[in-house]
Design a binder for this molecule. Structure first.
Ligand code: ADP
Ligand code: MG
Length: 254
């Protein structure tokens, strides 16, 4: 059996007496898409903040690609290939859509200052590869037509897609998406699902997807974890989970 890419054991986070996360566990396998759902305040974003190094765990162990990242900094974790998006979008609003993606992809350019200065063959090859990668992402996400618009003036759904392709441009092994379809209508959410499905297949990515749109979760996820008040209350296939009485009560509010 293949090894899990990301493992989380007995993860806890306390904020001033509030237990935001209580004993979270996860095994995320290569290419797997796991959904994380639950009511507001359940601890979902805190889990993402812990996995991505933005918060330090009170207790527990996080391993990614063979490295213990429990105490690692966000830049180190991203460098290993575990990349996150934010519930509130962060973009360079004055830069164009294309420039936003180019900036995200640039650190992977294999060129030195000498290559740049002398416009070497290597420089030209790398820049061409860079341009093609950015083109492919813009094309697949449907953003090519608006590539020259400043990111800050775009409608919310488009900014979301820019944020996601910026994350993809770093070529992560696993992506943590915190409510990517929040604030979208049904058709925007469906378009986002199409794009995520494409990206997942194209890059063989593992995904952890926090999402309130259950149709997005049901379509993309092989497995769903349900949290409430910091703890996992149920996990299983989307069908199993959405039929569970505790989920219907706690999450669907019936
Ligand atoms: P969710 O994303 O599921 O809505 P959160 O992870 O944002 O939930 O929050 C879980 C709990 O932790 C909430 O009670 C929230 O108020 C608390 N919390 C989250 N972040 C912080 C923080 N930085 N400082 C203090 N409390 C926090
Ligand atoms: Mg949240």
């Amino acid at each position: 059996m293949t090894e899990a890419l990301l493992t989380v054991r007995d993860l806890w986070k306390e904020f001033d007496g509030i237990q935001a996360v209580r004993g979270f566990e996860l095994d995320l396998y290569p290419g797997e898409v796991v959904g994380l759902i639950g009511p507001n305040g359940a601890g979902k974003s805190t889990v993402v903040n812990l996995l991505s190094g933005f918060h330090r765990p009170s207790r527990g162990r996080i391993t990614f690609a063979g490295h213990d990242i429990s105490q690692a900094r966000p830049d180190r974790i991203a460098q290993l290939g575990l990349v996150r998006t934010f519930q509130h979008i962060r973009l360079f609003s004055e830069l164009t859509v294309r420039q936003n993606v180019e900036v995200a992809a640039a650190p992977r350019l294999q060129i030195s200052t000498i290559d740049v200065a002398l416009r070497t063959r290597r420089y030209r090859r790398e820049v061409e590869r860079w341009r093609q990668e950015v083109d492919e992402l813009l094309e697949a996400s449907g953003l090519m037509a608006i590539q020259d618009r400043p990111a800050g003036v775009l409608p919310y759904g488009d900014q979301r897609r820019v944020e996601i392709i910026r994350a993809l441009a770093t070529q992560p092994r696993a992506l943590l998406l915190d409510e990517p379809a929040a604030g979208m209508n049904e058709s925007e959410a469906a378009a986002l699902s199409d794009f995520l499905e494409w990206a997942q297949g194209r890059y063989g990515l593992s995904l952890v997807l926090i999402e309130h749109h259950l149709d997005v979760v049901e379509r993309l996820c092989q497995r769903v974890i349900v949290m409430d008040q910091g703890a996992i209350i149920v996990s299983g296939t989307p069908e199993e989970v959405t039929q569970h009485p505790e989920v219907i009560r706690a999450y669907l509010g019936e």
